[in-house]
Design a protein around this ligand. Structure first.
Ligand SMILES: Cc1cc2nc3c(=O)[nH]c(=O)nc-3n(C[C@H](O)[C@H](O)[C@H](O)COP(=O)(O)OP(=O)(O)OC[C@H]3O[C@@H](n4cnc5c(N)ncnc54)[C@H](O)[C@@H]3O)c2cc1C
Length: 400
């Protein structure tokens, strides 16, 4: 029996496994290796922090419930991959395969910022999201700081959305006048990959909601005993170290490729796996776009795709999903002995929550020449409705 292995049962991996199962012959074994027991739908963290979703079921669900019975789940930890021989080593066994899709996502490394684990609520994990809601419910006076620690991180608008939703939540509670909200980020502007205009649109949104924004602030340490965040000197102005104080600290931890991927020698200087922008095959040469390891692909947050303006494609589920479709279709072509023809086009849509029951639709063509073309519509009720439908994806996946 031939085997297609998918490493990682997240947004990209599950889409790839499902798409493939619908397309390849039944005598192909499709197996997903995932170390967790459950799938996490990250977009649900935002409604969780303001109490719109109170149940864990909206955020996580057992993989067994989600996957078709004819897709195998291997609940193990991938330790190493040999892409030459298409062999995967887990904590329990060695599995050779005929096609391999690497969809392990990015990992969180909060421990690399001194004080993060002890003093900062983690916006990017399930426990953190529920803890943030409890703290916000009881917070009536003082300084709330949102901290982006390092780039790149998944879903670049998310910390800005979290700050805007928090602002709305405080207004609804009637305590907004006693609460100061600030965002600190190493980025030069919000969503730098999307260009200056989009950065300005975000700045305007923050200004309109009286949220302070401090770009080019790269944290070195969180001193919980004195409620302080310490930053390294600003690159552009050559200023000295700066610091700020907070009463409640909410952060996005540093991201990185999982150890297994680094140990397999698959990453480059970006820290992620360089892939062909259209086919998601692993690149041998990033300038000439020559590929290596036939039959091996990488999709989603684990990949690095260099755009025409030099930035990397943002880490987003919509991209992981579309890349999964492309790879699945091309694997089917290869099985049938046909030429591969599906290509990923770098386009995607997202909905940016701004509070007050409104969301702004953002659409991007990230492969546009000479730089990504991104459009942000005015916030609207329709945008929020569309975001709500998008969030229902999770429920739909589980009830199908
Ligand atoms: C707050 C928030 C809001 C977001 N909102 C949006 C949104 O509105 N729209 C959007 O498009 N994107 C959004 N995203 C981003 C989106 O969730 C990610 O881009 C997406 O999940 C990436 O999919 P992936 O399959 O590449 O990785 P993941 O979904 O992270 O899945 C990777 C899987 O691989 C597993 N894994 C890793 N290492 C191993 C190993 N060694 N062995 C076995 N298994 C392993 C992990 O456990 C994980 O389950 C949001 C993210 C956050 C944090």
């Amino acid at each position: 029996m031939k085997t297609i292995l998918v490493l990682g049962g997240g947004w990209g991996g599950l889409t790839a496994a499902h798409t493939l199962r619908g397309l390849v012959p039944g005598d192909y074994r499709i197996a997903v290796i995932e170390k967790r027991q459950s799938f996490i739908f990250y977009p649900s963290f935002l409604p969780v922090i303001i109490g719109e979703k109170v149940n864990l079921d909206y955020v996580e669900s057992p993989l067994k419930k989600l996957l078709r019975k004819d897709i195998e789940i291997i609940n193990e930890d991938v330790i190493r991959i040999n892409p030459e021989t298409k062999t995967v080593y887990t904590n329990a066994q060695t599995i050779p395969c005929d096609f391999l899709i690497i969809a392990t996502g990015a990992e969180l490394h909060p421990d690399t910022i001194p004080g993060f684990n002890e003093f900062c609520l983690n916006l990017y994990d399930t426990k953190g999201a529920f803890d943030i809601h409890q703290k916000l419910k009881n917070f009536n006076k003082g300084k709330i700081a949102f901290l982006v620690t390092r780039t790149p991180f998944r879903c670049p608008p998310a910390p800005y959305e979290a700050a805007l939703l928090t602002e709305w939540f405080m207004r609804e509670k009637g305590v907004r006048q006693d609460v100061e909200i600030s965002i600190y980020s190493p980025e030069k502007q919000p969503m730098p990959v999307a260009g200056q205009q989009i950065g300005e649109a975000f700045n305007q949104l923050l200004k309109a909601h009286h949220i302070n924004y401090y770009p080019e602030h790269s944290v070195t340490k969180i001193e919980g005993s004195s409620n302080k965040i310490l930053f390294s000197p600003k690159e552009s102005s050559g200023t000295n170290n700066t610091e700020t104080s907070y009463d409640l600290l909410i952060g996005v931890p540093p991201h990185g490729a999982p150890r297994s991927i680094v140990d397999s020698g698959l990453t480059d200087s970006t820290g992620y796996i360089p892939v062909h922008p259209q086919t998601m095959q692993i690149l041998e040469n990033t300038d000439e776009l020559t590929t290596r390891y036939p039959g091996v692909f990488a999709i989603g947050d684990i990949t690095a795709i260099r755009l025409l303006n030099g930035a990397l494609l943002p880490k987003g589920g919509v991209f992981a999903e579309e890349q999964a479709h492309v790879v699945a279709r091309n694997i089917v072509s290869e099985i049938k002995g046909e030429k591969i023809s599906a290509v990923f086009n770098g386009k995607g849509i997202c909905y940016v929550d701004v509070g007050d029951g409104l969301a702004a639709e953002g659409s991007g063509d990230f492969y546009a020449y000479p730089a990504p073309y991104v459009k942000l519509e005015a916030p609207s009720k329709e945008g929020r409705k569309a975001k709500h439908e998008f969030e229902r994806l999770f429920e739909i996946w589980f009830t199908k």
